[in-house]
Every structure is written in C-alpha cells, then in structure tokens.
Design a protein around this ligand. Sequence first.
Ligand code: FE2
Ligand code: FE2
Length: 217
Amino acid sequence: MAAKTRPTTRTKTSARRTRSSTGAKSARAKSTRGSSTRRRASQARNDAIALLKADHREVEGLFQQFEKARTSDRKRDLATKVCDALRVHAQIEEEIFYPAFYEATGDDEIHHEAIVEHDGAKKLIAEIESSGPDDEYYDARVTVLSEMIKHHVKEEEQRDGMFAKARSSGMDLVTLGERLAERKAEIESSPELLKSIGRAKDAGKGLIARLTSSTEH
Ligand SMILES: [Fe+2]
Ligand SMILES: [Fe+2]
C-alpha cells in the first residue's frame, strides 16, 4: 500500500512541479511577450507617426476654437497659431518624413499628391497672413483652409494612406520621430526661421521643381 502511495504522491508532486514549471515558463513567455508589446507600444507612442498625428490634433483643436471665436483679436491670434503650426508641420514633413517615405516605398502617387496639397494650403496660409479679420473673406479663407487640411490629414491617416504604408514599409519611425522633434523644436525656437519657412514663394516651383529635377537625374 505504502509502495503504491509513494509513487502516487511523487507523481502528484512531480505533476505539480511540471505544472508549476510549465506555468512559470508560460508566465515568463507571457511577460517577455508583454514587455516586447509594451516596448513596441511605447515606441509607437513616440515615433514619427505619433508626433505627426499629435500635430494634426493640435491644429484641429485650433480650427475648432477659431469657429467659436467672436472677436477680431481672438480670430487673428488663433489664425496666426494655425498658420504657424501648419507651416512648421509641413516643413518637417517635407524635409524629413516625406523624403524618407518616398525612399522607402517609392509611392509617387501618395507622395506627390501630399506635396501638391501642401502647396495649395501654403498659398491660402499666405493669403490669411497678409489679410486680417476685417477682410470680408478672412473667415472664409480660414474655413477653406480647415477643409483642405481635413482632407489632407485623412489622406495621411486613413487605412491605406501614407502613415499606414510607412508603418508597413519597415521605415525606422523611432529615429525619424527624433529627427522630426529636433527640427520642430529648432524652428519653433527661432522666430527668423519660423518666418522664413513654408511661404507661398516656396509653393509649386520650389518643391515640385526640386522633385522633378531629382527624378530626372
Ligand atoms: Fe501631416
Ligand atoms: Fe502633410
């Protein structure tokens, strides 16, 4: 009886050990999977796409505030903030993100449309900046700019849009995010730099000519 009991006990103990060792292994595997998922999630929170999306949300908020603004001072203040934010955003996309996207994917349709949309927005930004709330077309210009940006942001963020393609292309989005953040801070801290970027004179000719010549050579 005793001889029978011992093996049963050993079997139970060993089963417990096996279960507990399997459990520990699976817990370790889960924790490794969990930590790599967390690492990927935290990288995604800080990568280039997260930074650009945060810019989009900021500008959407400013447009919403503009819609509710009633005084000329408030409208001018908000429109200036919108224009500055958009010029910085367009600049870092055109200097850093778009070329990296183009190089990684070769998707000229998405890339070129984005550039042309930036150019259209820049022309309207220039008109807003050179007029004021007393101009009868001021509000209309800001509203049309808001609609243009809404369309552009949708093209960048939609399921098969630029950001989704960038993410599936294997681009180093974390390093790109660092470069975008650095350049953004540099422009924002320099009033001269901020003034000189993204003006209408750059629209069309500048970027598109540079693009055309770089694809011709
Ligand atoms: Fe964008
Ligand atoms: Fe853009």
